[in-house]
Design a protein around this ligand. Structure first.
Ligand code: PEP
Ligand code: MG
Length: 835
């Protein structure tokens, strides 16, 4: 990286310039100062020796740019270069730019990794913005180039995103420097557009020239190999308000009434190549004719009241049938994807079984209102109650209420389920899709989905991903701008949509689709085989699961063991806790399915967002910071002992069974759990029941566990990092809260550094460490995680094929370098750029 030297007559002036440049680059660039002379009587002046020492202090083979204030500063610098000798000074440039503006522009350009020549150019152009701001019509003085505005690219694949700027002071120097830092590493042409002017997004001067104010729409446009990554990095930074806090929110924001971040984007405009850019929520390419899908709530019939008994019977019949449909859907989605997707329908089932709901119905029926009218008014009230909650996540749940409402109403009025039999493949276009709509989709006919509404965390998005259907959301006015039957192209990764593609665009999309299919087939074919890095290092690729069906699916997907059995699911869909015998059989069967491969059963992780109906927990203001996981088990010993007994018995028969405790914070908790396990073992043995103590591991998912890792590592055989929880606790950001979703990323520097600490503690103690949070299943992160020393990656079975391919593409030594680079990065956008 190019370094900077500031030469000034005045030490105070140089100090100030240094501090400003440091602030702009957050200390990324090496900057040295040579200012004043060693004469207390007359300290103003410059000293060649001091300048030479400053250059040597920050010398970099990529170059040093020296910025000088005036007159003798230039002579002293010349003399310093002479003193140094020619070999070292070939890469040292003295710059004629004004000291303050030049130093700012040069340091930002250097921090962005630009060459010495580019850094010098940026410094030379530093006055442009000031000229523009002071007098738009002023002619620039001779010598300052006017051709810094780049000519737009004519690439066919130019894409853009728009952002409504909310920063109170617009895009001034600091946000501009954040933009340059976030996007300049990408191999792409990137531009910013505002007020109909377009400038290079890699030049801080040009960005300042745009004069972007609060309330302006700023477009980021990119083309080239890494255009999508660059746009994503820009979006991420934009969501973080270019690393500034925005205290004064502007009116425009208040007008937005939706919970979804997508509404911060302005109207989506078709670019000159017919491309619309919205939000990709499920990756893949689809090419097919558009099909408009409109789901409506069936209307209550206008009929007279039949009497309480009869109306109640109609209600219970419809409700029971709906619950049956929902549990079938839950089973089906569990098979198609993983347990977490089917939980959506299990949750719908639980909402329907809520005694409060039955009470409300009963009350209305006793007021002589027929069941259909009663049902529709209760659904409306309940949905409204969700919409009124301030949590965005809860507001989004109103859709689930309408979904349940529609299902029961259809059964009440005897209307058959809307099942459209499609005879040819289509891209479904809709305003929104409920989870039930999505689950009914036939993935062989629905090639893609485009929606006007619904965020990337909506249940429809989760289901689309589980079904492997490419999907895009947030495309406003979709239904009016698309035509049924006309062939469209979507890219679920980049969020691009072509509603009327040209033959050239169709051809190129077809090629990309074939390439993706080929890669997928290759990955599928190799998924059963063990994956080694190119230099022969093996990494364990394990599965996360919750049911026996998941176990078969995991084995068939190439899982080399089970890194996480979420045992709490066994406790959830029932009216009382499962018996010891039931649990024993369940754990034994999973262990048996995997033969001699390791199976790690996590003990009950209840509490937080997973309450148990039959366990009276009492109200907690902050359930995620409350009694969950091991804490809850230690406070409910009887419940815990039943599980421990079942595990001890299963281990006696299956030596491949291991046990892991969740939410451990302190060594005392671990001691308590281990001593309870040993008491249970002794009691079983006393009763003549065969029992064996399994090897014990813990989840690292609380910051305290990372800090206590050295002490905890002495007590266990392995660590497994639960990055889903570790992220929310390290970042103090609820993983279900959209307003802080920009913080909830396991690739946040703070989270990665936590993982680094845990890896060190584990390896120092000679025990292996794995990751079983969602990040383990992201092939983009595989190289970095291997480089960080992670021994095992445990994930949803559908991710195994892609992660194994990523392992095969990794070179261990390079991975170590990559991990070091990533861990040295200072911001999330920088890390995303590297990934
Ligand atoms: C985790 O927190 O990363 C984890 C795997 O546990 P869960 O998602 O079940 O809380
Ligand atoms: Mg967890």
């Amino acid at each position: 990286m190019v370094s900077i030297v500031i030469v000034s007559h005045s030490p105070d002036l140089a100090k100030g310039v240094h501090a400003l440049a440091e602030q702009m680059t957050q200390g990324k660039v090496q900057i040295a100062v040579a200012a004043g002379v060693d004469d207390p009587e007359n300290p103003i002046g410059t000293d060649a020796i001091a300048i030479m020492m400053a250059i040597e202090e920050v010398y970099s083979p990529e170059g040093v740019l020296v910025l000088v204030d005036m007159g003798s500063a230039i002579l002293s610098t010349d003399m310093a270069l002479e003193l140094m000798g020619s070999e070292q000074t070939t890469n040292v440039h003295i710059c004629a730019a004004p000291l303050i503006e030049g130093a700012m522009s040069a340091s930002v350009a250097a921090a962005a990794g630009m060459s010495l020549e580019e850094v010098t150019n940026e410094a030379h152009n530093a006055l442009l913005a000031k000229y523009q701001l002071l007098n738009q019509s002023a002619k620039l003085p001779n010598g300052i180039p006017t051709d810094v505005l780049p000519t737009p690219t004519d690439s066919e694949y130019e894409t853009e995103v728009e952002w409504l700027v909310q920063n109170p002071h617009g895009i001034h120097a600091r946000p501009a420097s954040a933009i340059v830092g976030a996007i300049s590493a990408f191999d792409a042409q990137i531009w910013l557009r505002c007020h109909d002017r377009r400038v290079s997004a890699k030049s801080i001067n040009s960005i300042a020239l745009l004069d972007v104010k609060q309330g302006d729409t700023l477009a980021c446009i990119a083309s080239g190999k890494e255009a999508q990554q660059a746009l994503q990095a820009f979006q991420l930074l934009a969501h973080n308000h270019f690393n500034e806090s925005i205290d004064e929110k502007i009116d425009v924001m208040n007008k937005q009434n939706s919970a979804n971040t997508i509404h911060q984007f302005t109207d989506i405009i078709e670019d000159e190549h017919g491309c619309l850019r919205a939000i990709g929520i499920s990756e893949g390419i689809a090419i097919a004719p558009i099909w408009h899908y409109r789901a409506t709530m069936p209307k209550a019939r206008d009929r007279s009241y039949l009497g309480y008994e009869q109306e109640w019977t109609l209600y219970t019949q419809a409700s029971d049938a709906a619950q049956q449909e929902l549990s079938q859907l839950a089973d089906r989605t569990a098979h198609a994807g993983s347990k977490s997707e089917s939980d959506i329908f299990t949750a719908h089932c639980a909402m329907l079984a809520d005694p409060d709901l039955s009470n409300q119905i009963a009350q209305q029926l006793s007021n002589k209102i027929n069941v259909e009218n009663a049902w529709s008014s209760i659904i409306e009230q309940t949905a409204q109650a969700y919409k009124d909650v301030s949590s965005e996540y809860m507001q989004a749940r109103a859709k689930d209420i309408y979904d349940i409402g529609r299902r029961v109403m259809r059964l009440l009025i005897g209307e058959a389920e809307q099942k459209t039999v499609l005879t040819e493949p289509v891209i479904l276009a809709a305003v929104d899709l409920s989870p039930s709509d999505t689950a009914q989709l036939d993935p062989t006919m629905i090639k893609g989905i485009i929606l006007e509404q619904g965020g990337s965390t909506s249940h429809s998005a989760i289901l689309a991903r589980a079904l492997g259907i490419p999907a895009i959301t947030g495309l406003n006015k979709l239904m009016s701008r698309s035509q049924e039957g006309s062939v469209a192209v979507i890219n679920g990764c980049s969020g691009e949509v072509w509603l009327s593609p040209t033959s050239l665009q169709l051809e190129s999309a077809q090629k990309e689709l074939e390439k993706q299919q080929f890669q997928k087939e290759q990955a599928q074919a190799a998924m059963i085989e063990k994956a080694y890095t190119q230099d022969g290092i093996s990494v364990d690729i394990f599965a996360n699961l919750a049911t026996l069906e998941d176990a078969d699916q995991a084995l068939n997907s190439g899982a080399e063991g089970v890194g996480l059995v979420r045992s709490e699911f066994l406790f959830m869909e029932r009216e009382q806790a499962p018996s010891e015998q039931y649990q024993y059989e369940f754990y034994s069967q999973i262990a048996n399915t995997f033969g001699n491969k390791q199976v790690i059963i996590r003990t009950l992780d209840i509490g937080g967002d997973k309450p148990l109906a039959y366990l009276q927990q009492g109200h907690e203001d902050n359930p995620f910071l409350g009694c969950r996981g091991l804490r809850l088990c230690l406070q409910n010993e009887e419940l815990f002992k039943v599980q421990l007994n079942a595990l001890l018995r299963a281990r006696a028969k299956h030596p491949n069974l291991y046990v892991m405790f969740p939410m451990v914070s302190t060594p005392e908790e671990l001691h308590q759990a281990k001593s309870l396990l040993s008491d249970c073992h002794n009691a079983l043995q006393r009763d003549g029941i065969s029992s064996a103590i399994p090897e014990i591991g813990i989840m690292i998912e609380v910051p305290a566990a990372v800090v206590n890792a050295k002490q905890l590592a002495k007590e266990v055989s392995f660590f497994s990092v639960g990055t889903n929880d570790l992220t929310q606790y390290v970042m103090a950001a609820d993983r279900g809260n959209n307003a802080v979703s920009y913080l909830v990323s396991a690739t946040q520097p703070a989270v990665l550094r936590m993982i680094e600490l845990a890896v060190k503690a584990a390896h120092d103690a000679g025990i292996p460490i794995g990751i079983c949070g969602e990040m383990a299943g992201d092939p983009k992160l595989t190289e970095t995680l291997i480089g960080m020393g992670i021994d095992k990656l445990s994930m949803s079975p559908i991710r195994i094929a892609a992660v194994k391919q990523a392992v095969r593409a990794t070179h261990h030594q390079q991975a170590k370098r990559k991990a070091k680079e990533v861990l040295n990065a200072e911001t999330l956008p920088q890390i995303l750029a590297m990934l």
